[in-house]
Design a protein around this ligand. Structure first.
Ligand SMILES: Nc1ncnc2c1ncn2[C@@H]1O[C@H](COP(=O)(O)OP(=O)(O)OP(=O)(O)O)[C@@H](O)[C@H]1O
Ligand code: SF4
Ligand SMILES: [Mg+2]
Length: 336
């Protein structure tokens, strides 16, 4: 039985495509990705800058309109829903951005920033909102008195806590955390990550946690999806991905993480060249121009994601077992 069925699919994304028209032609930011997010899990989404992580995350909430594909949230079709339904959905899905400074209005008091989603959705009286803001500030480890202050009075870590409080205001089910700690000092990154984990446990939240590198998401992810140039090239339970990465790109990303044990040697794989432009991706496998294992066939075959081990899929023709493995999309029932 395919592993997907063990978990409850909370979000299903099938064939998601987002193209941006530009002066130099179509930019294929997200070019056909399919994945599930299970209830209560953290799915880490990892890849180099520009590979389409934020675009995919924003499409989930329809903050940007997908070009093609289907997104389902608890069996509701996000891609086709009208304004009213989308408004309801926005209560259930929230996003936390990388730069808390840029995402919080400097002219608004912290209390008003956190209460804004409640005001927009017309929830509670003024007094009830004030009480909820105080409660939310407590939940993210901040003093309730901070509600009267402005964002310039706070450190990056505190601002990100405020961003988290704002995201929690409407009691969401899913939070897309788009590199929530990348802009913070290393010393406070772990605190914010721990806070997100505590809140996940307390409120049964589901996270899509976006990150540049595999190191950040290692300890918080239930599963990890690795993106390259608009595609998911590997997806697996976290322990499995770190223990036996299958795709050469994942292997290279992993090899860049320092290993604390000096006896457990990991040879660094240096990738040649830069990421090709998403306006004109290479023919066949998109990774072939940088892949240490590329062969002639890789220029002709555009590999699909196939399940190599239960729940562990990769898109590379040179992975052992790839030729007989089933494509990932055939393992799940199509959207109704
Ligand atoms: N509104 C837009 N118009 C045109 N191109 C865009 C737009 N938004 C994103 N892009 C392009 O789409 C591609 C994917 O961008 P995206 O922001 O999703 O990448 P990312 O993986 O989140 O990168 P980063 O790690 O730098 O945040 C990039 O080439 C980017 O320049
Ligand atoms: S299909 Fe070929 S180029 Fe692509 S990752 Fe596999 S070996 Fe490398
Ligand atoms: Mg991004």
């Amino acid at each position: 039985m395919p592993s997907e069925k063990i978990h409850e699919e909370f979000i299903r994304v099938r064939g998601l495509v987002k193209y941006f028209p530009t002066d130099q032609g179509l930019l294929r930011a997200v070019d056909g990705v399919s994945f599930d997010i299970f209830r209560g899990e953290t799915l880490g989404l990892v890849g180099e800058s520009g590979c389409g992580k934020s675009t995919a995350g924003r499409c989930l909430l329809r903050l940007i309109e997908p070009t093609k594909g289907v997104i389902e949230f608890e069996d509701r079709n996000v891609t086709t829903m009208g304004k009213g339904e989308l408004r309801q959905l926005r209560r259930e899905m929230q996003i936390i951005f990388q730069d808390p400074n840029a995402s919080l209005n400097p002219r608004m008091k912290i209390g008003d920033i956190i209460a804004e989603p409640l005001v927009i959705h017309d929830i509670g009286t003024k007094q009830e909102r004030r009480e909820r803001v105080a409660w939310l500030l407590g939940k993210v480890g901040l003093d309730a008195d901070y509600s009267k202050r402005y964002s310039h009075e706070f450190s990056g870590g505190q601002l990100q806590r405020i961003g988290v409080a704002r995201a929690l205001a409407l009691n969401p089910k899913l939070i897309v955390a788009d590199e929530p700690v990348s802009a913070l000092d290393v010393s406070v990154q772990a605190q914010v990550v721990n806070l997100l984990q505590d809140l996940q446990e307390e409120f049964g939240l589901t996270y899509l946690f976006i990150s540049h590198g595999l190191a950040v998401v290692e300890h918080i992810s239930t599963r990890v999806a690795v993106m390259y140039l608009g595609r998911i090239v590997e997806i697996a339970p976290a322990f499995d991905l770190y223990a036996r990465p299958l795709h050469p790109y994942t292997q290279a990303l992993l090899s860049a993480i320092p290993v604390p044990d000096p006896n457990a040697k990991r040879e660094r794989i240096i990738l040649k060249g830069d990421v090709p432009t998403a306006r004109n991706p290479p023919s066949g496998c998109r990774f072939r121009t940088r892949c240490p294992l590329a062969i002639d066939e890789c220029a002709r075959i555009d590999p699909e994601l196939r399940e190599i081990f239960p729940g562990h899929s990769a898109a590379c023709i040179r992975v052992e077992g790839y030729s007989t493995a089933r494509p990932i999309e055939s393992l799940v029932t199509p959207a109704v």
